[in-house]
Design a protein around this ligand. Structure first.
Ligand code: ADP
Length: 852
């Protein structure tokens, strides 16, 4: 509808009452409709109407209090704007409402309200844009001077804006093309004016009055703009001027607002960012992308969500260490000393690490297998990784992969996603600030898999020296060279590492520690570290080796030293309190030493209590240093021992045997219990068992059944058919850890042999080995961990498969000396070793056999 042409509005108009601003003829406004009256109007008039006339409504500024939610129609403003509803958008969130886009046509005045419900309808009289007005050029002549003056101000205002912006250029053209009488309304709705001012303009029905009222508003805007531009630097970005004209609400009174300053700062930041991008050493491809993005950023209004996204992206690109690296200082002798200083024992691991570093020194090329340390928790895998970084003089960063099941965790999200961010590799590089750090990929065996892709596949790309020089994170979308990064992985078990990943890595097993090694580690490393962390000195606390041994055997049962470290931390905390309080529990010199402590177990709590009370009496006395931690102090601090030597107790009945199991957390001793009852020959298995374990149980029973006569094994009614009228229940207690694998075969046989013979298995024997139907014992894995576990549990004799004999070489001499090993190649040998005095074979049967 051309602005100058005459309009004829209907004489009856439905009325839309708006709180949000004042619509003036010639301008467009978006208004939200949620009051019941307005909603009704939209529904029954706008959405149902079919003619163009039905889309014409009367928009009346609602001057009543918007919060008063009464049913009665408020007193209506006399003058309104007839408007064309251009668009209706409905939404149900957060509550049902419509958003209307309306364009003002002309003024009208209400003559009479025809109905109030469901929405008001009034008889109206059109006040402008009538035929007679548009044809009257006279009015223009009369108002000549006033309208000319208005026009000049309008031109001046528009020309202060940036003409290169299409909207501004269009506005400039409109000023010339539109009839002058339409200008006051249009400009009032463009410039900053309050609703009150707009209402006055709406009420100014006479054109002369309207011109007179709008000129001061224009002048005010021009002055405000001038002030604004003066405070800006000449180099100011032109786009910003367009943005600036509108937000300045307080143009009258506060010329330079904080908002402006912020913008100013932002602008400076963008310039700085551009400078940083240009001076950074990023790759050519990255530079190209960044420059393109910064160009876009400059054109973007800051209020756009994309502005912040683009800026974050660019800031990350600048921060990334494209070309920044630390200088390697590698000297094998120094590395050896450093590794030895940081870690006790783990000779095999240290040897392999030194070899690896030596090759690195000779051949300055990082292509090679990725080292992967595999072992139970707390054996120092992470800590060795850190030492490697230290010896090389490189930055160290740990990336925990446990539970990662989305490949974008590794490779980042594309920037089109809301909340997208780079993956852990790029994030890690940003954190360390150099491109050649040591990255420790912790727990690669615990990578998950999900619908969001396989993170292991993404890791493959990261670890593959052939590919990783151009690793492309989805967020960055440009290649980053990872070839200088030294990757080291850790895992608890190789079983769950994806095979393709395993293929790229060199596995170095890190077994658990012996008690002696743990004591040394505690005294050389853990205790000094804990003392330092708690601000204590060796003059204040003394932990004798016997106490450490007690902590190891009675308070922890682990392959590594993490729990031990925690317990030592608890002791240090308790001592720190005593030291800080200036008092401590006096350790009586005549108190029995730790080794003998067991005998007086019952008295300890009482003893400690009386002492604590007497302690309070000598508050004034200075603490006696060093505070000695003996077994009694240990009990006070850590509570009663958590593990006792329970082995002999549990083997006091027939039908129990001790096996040795391997878990990702190290070796474990495992009790196998069996019982029999009247039944149908059923076998029941309980405990968390895998399929292989169940098969072993069946094998064991079959072998025993076929050899029952030979060993004089009978069921309850004396029959050699062991399952005749008998049910057997086998139970594998100890926790919810799933046990699987064939190595429990010999234990199950021994346990059942004990059950059917009624004899006790020796209480200090543990065993491991796979069995065959023919009674042979086959080798199994994890011997070192299993032997250490048996040693930890205080067992003395260990039955292992003959073919595992070679594995014993790896075990420390002192452990081997404490234990007796029985190498078994068949089940006869196992049973003979497991029962005191051997497991008798009936001589007559043998004689018979030999005759045959
Ligand atoms: P992992 O990564 O194998 O789970 P950590 O590297 O986190 O274990 O080790 C746990 C703690 O035990 C660390 O404080 C580490 O310094 C210490 N530690 C483990 N093994 C040794 C060792 N051989 N010598 C010295 N400290 C050790």
């Amino acid at each position: 509808m051309a602005a100058g042409s005459a309009i004829q509005i209907p004489s009856r108009l439905p009325l839309l009452l708006t709180h949000e601003g004042v619509l003036l003829p010639g301008s467009t406004m978006r208004t939200s409709v949620d009051s019941p009256r307005n909603m009704q109007l939209v529904r029954s008039r706008l959405l149902k109407g079919t003619s163009l006339r039905s889309t014409i409504i009367g928009v009346i500024p609602n001057t009543s209090d918007p919060t008063s939610d009464c049913d009665d129609l408020p007193s209506l403003h006399r003058i309104g704007t007839a408007a064309l509803a251009v668009q209706v958008v409905g939404s149900n969130w957060p509550k049902p409402h419509y958003t209307l886009l309306v364009t003002g046509l002309c003024r009208f005045q209400i003559l009479q309200l025809l109905k109030e419900k469901p929405y008001p309808v009034a008889e109206v009289e059109q006040l402008d844009r009538l035929e007679q007005f548009t044809n009257q050029h006279k009015s223009e002549e009369e108002l000549g001077e006033l309208s000319e003056q208005f026009y000049k101000y309008a031109v001046q205002l528009v020309e202060m804006l940036d003409m290169s912006v299409p909207a501004v250029a269009k506005l400039r053209r409109l000023l010339d093309n539109l009839p002058r009488e339409a200008l006051p309304d249009i400009l009032t709705s463009i410039i900053r004016t309050s609703n009150q001012e707009k209402l006055q303009i709406l009420d100014a029905v006479r054109l002369e009055e309207r011109f007179k009222m709008t000129i001061p508003l224009l002048v005010r805007q021009i002055e405000g703009l001038k002030l604004l531009q003066k405070t800006r630097k000449p180099k100011q970005d032109d786009d910003k001027r367009v943005v600036a004209i509108r937000p300045n609400r307080r143009i009258n009174h506060i010329p330079s607002t904080t908002e402006d300053e912020e913008e100013e700062e932002d602008h400076d930041d963008v310039v700085m960012l551009e400078k940083k991008i240009r001076t950074s050493s990023m790759s050519e491809q990255a530079l190209k992308v960044c420059l393109k993005e910064i160009k876009r950023l400059k054109k973007m209004p800051q209020s756009m969500p994309e502005y912040a996204l683009t800026r974050n992206y660019l800031e990350l690109m600048v921060e990334l260490p494209w070309n920044k690296s630390t200088k390697d200082r590698l000297e094998i002798r120094a590395a050896r000393i450093l590794l030895d200083n940081d870690h006790y024992a783990m000779e095999k691991l240290k040897k392999r690490v030194l070899e690896y570093l030596a090759v690195r020194q000779l051949k300055n090329n990082l292509k090679g297998p990725i080292l992967c340390f595999v072992g139970p928790p707390g054996v120092g895998k992470t800590s060795v990784g850190r030492s490697i970084a230290k010896t090389l003089g490189r930055e160290f960063h740990r990336i925990a992969l446990g539970g990662v099941c989305d490949q974008s965790d590794i490779r980042g999200h594309r920037r089109t996603y809301v909340g997208s961010m780079p993956g852990r590799i790029i994030n890690g590089l940003k954190t360390v600030g150099v491109n050649n750090p040591v990255f420790l990929l912790d727990e690669v065996d615990k990578l998950g898999k999900s619908l969001q892709g396989d993170p292991a596949a993404a890791l493959l790309e990261v670890l593959d020296p052939e590919q990783n020089h151009s690793f492309t994170d989805h967020y960055l979308n440009v290649a980053f060279d990872l070839s200088q990064v030294l990757f080291i992985a850790t895992a608890n078990t190789t079983a769950t590492i994806p095979p393709a990943l395993l293929d790229r890595m060199e596995i170095i097993q890190v077994p658990g520690y012996t008690q002696e090694e743990k004591i040394e580690i505690a005294h050389r490393h853990l205790i000094p570290k804990q003392l330092e962390q708690h601000g204590l000195t060796p003059q204040q606390i003394q932990i004798p080796q016997v106490t450490t041994l007690d902590i190891i055997t009675r308070y922890t049962r682990e392959a590594g030293v993490r729990s031990l470290d925690r317990k030592l931390g608890a002791i240090c905390r308790a001592v720190a309190v005593k030291v800080a309080e200036g008092q401590h529990k006096e350790t009586k010199p005549d108190r029995p030493e730790v080794g003998e402590g067991e005998d007086c177990k019952e008295h300890v709590t009482e003893d400690a209590k009386t002492e604590s009370i007497s302690d309070t009496a000598d508050l004034a006395l200075p603490p006696e240093m060093p505070i000695l931690i003996d077994f009694h102090a240990l009990k006070d601090i850590l509570g009663p021992p958590m593990y006792e030597m329970e082995v002999s107790e549990r083997l006091s009945q027939p039908g129990v045997a001790i096996g040795l199991a391997w878990t990702p957390l190290g070796g474990e001793i495992m009790f196998v219990e069996a019982s029999r009852m009247d039944g149908e020959g059923q076998l029941t298995l309980t405990g968390q068992l895998g399929d292989v374990m169940k098969e072993s149980a069946h094998l064991a029973i079959s072998w025993l059944r076929s050899n029952a006569k030979r060993y004089q094994l009978t069921n309850a009614s004396g029959s050699f058919d062991l399952l005749d009228n008998t049910d057997i229940h086998l139970h594998f207690p100890a926790g919810a850890v799933t046990k699987d694998g064939p190595s429990a075969g010999v234990t199950i046989v021994t346990c059942l042999a004990s059950l059917f013979s009624g004899r006790l298995v020796c209480s200090d024997v543990a065993m491991t080995g796979e069995i065959t139907l023919r009674g042979l014992v086959l080798p199994v894995g994890g011997i070192k961990d299993k032997v250490l576990a048996a040693h930890r549990a205080g067992l003395k004799r260990i039955i292992i498969p003959q073919r595992n004999e070679k594995d014993l070489e790896e075990i420390a001499v002192n452990v081997r000396q404490d234990l007796t090993f029985v190498m078994a190649s068949c089940l006869d040998e196992v049973l003979n070793a497991a029962f005191d005095g051997g497991f008798a074979v009936k001589p007559r049967v043998e004689r018979l056999n030999s005759k045959l």
